[in-house]
Write a protein that binds this ligand. Structure first.
Ligand code: NDP
Length: 319
């Protein structure tokens, strides 16, 4: 089976690709440029991975051109969507690419991929609840709920723009299926905050994807900095990837909203975990050779990888 993954270079998508390849699927990933595609292909280093360029989610034809070249694809996973909390233009940089990207992908599948039978869209837990005025602490939220944010309210700040982008993209997908009655079944995955290691390691460690950077921002706090009061629910990125596979492999997932959450997090808790691990780190540093230490420091902007390695093995396994 061949699976199309949009936004294949993204943090979540790379784990999806990795798990697909590990299970023997062929993968066609879309990225925005040749440079990104070549870099991803080199990183993944697997003959069953190829890429296509889809430069813009708002270009009506872009996914169609990619699909025409791949009549072997029977599953389409749409993960690409802006995760940008400082856009210049909320509507054009966040909301429209999310909605139009979803509709353009579904249209392309209908027009150019009649053999595609299963489609999975990466939505978000925020389509079920919102922050600030949109969050009711006394309510137990579930998959029947919708964040009440309106399109216009989504224009008021970058966070609300993201909430609206995910909600209206999902509604547009449901609308498409109801009106067009396409040849495929749709499942939608709703992660809460996604934490965990990068799938393959990354070249540019100066700034990570948004949810990983939340962990990094705690690592970067100074000794006297106040830990920001922030928290929510999280899910491990490897479980998010697994959910994308289950979403198309299992018939029980057809037509479902799959909400993914494991435990609560706060920045205070993250700081506490880092603090607890640092005494283990001190012991490790003193037992390392200079060469091992240099290799270790190269990993340091990937704190989750380090933390998981330490907690799993109680010692660093340098590869
Ligand atoms: P990343 O930023 O790592 O990946 C986003 C992907 O979408 C990248 O491939 C990116 O391409 C592509 N993309 C973004 N904007 C555009 C655009 N305007 N046109 C074309 N491609 C675009 O984010 P994540 O991996 O964290 O997110 C993946 C999906 O998961 C998204 O749909 C997100 O909403 C959802 N999600 C993520 C959560 C999290 O905590 N990480 C929580 C809940 C949902 P490029 O690299 O070229 O910018």
């Amino acid at each position: 089976t061949s699976v199309f993954v949009s936004g294949a270079n993204g943090y979540v998508a790379q784990h999806v690709v990795k798990q697909l390849l590990a299970k023997g699927y062929s993968v066609v990933g879309s990225v925005r440029s040749v440079a990104k595609g070549d870099q991803l292909k080199a990183t993944i280093n697997n003959d069953k991975f190829t890429y296509e360029i889809v430069p813009s989610l708002t270009d009506k034809e872009a996914f169609g051109e990619a699909l025409k070249k791949h009549p072997e694809v029977t599953v389409f996973l749409h993960t690409a969507s802006p995760v940008n909390f400082s856009p210049e233009d909320i509507e054009n940089d966040t909301i429209k690419p999310a909605i139009e990207g979803t509709v353009n992908a579904l249209n392309a599948i209908k027009e150019h991929g009649p053999q595609i039978k299963r489609v999975v869209i990466t939505s978000s837990g925020v389509t079920m609840w919102g922050f600030g005025p949109y969050f009711d602490e006394s309510k137990v939220y579930n998959e029947d709920d919708w964040n009440p944010i309106t399109y216009e309210e989504g224009l008021s700040n970058a966070w609300f723009g993201y909430f609206a982008s995910k909600k209206y993209a999902e509604l547009a997908a449901n609308d498409f299926v109801a009106k067009e009655k396409p040849n495929f079944d749709l499942s939608i995955v709703h992660p809460t905050f996604v934490f965990g290691p990068q799938a393959y390691g990354i070249q540019d460690k100066s700034s990570l994807n948004h949810s990983s950077e939340l962990i990094n921002s705690v690592v970067k706090l100074g000794k006297d900095d106040k830990i920001p009061e922030e928290g929510s629910v999280f899910i491990d990125v490897r479980d998010v990837a697994r959910a994308h596979l289950v979403a198309f492999e299992s018939d029980a997932a057809i037509g479902q909203r799959l909400l993914l959450g494991a435990e609560d997090w706060t920045k205070d808790l993250i700081a506490d975990i880092i603090n607890r691990q640092s005494s283990k780190l001190k012991r490790l540093f003193t037992s390392m050779t200079t060469q091992e230490l240099e290799k270790f420091l190269g990993l340091i902007s990937n704190p989750l990888k380090i933390l998981s390695m330490i907690s799993l093995n109680n010692s660093i396994m340098l590869k």
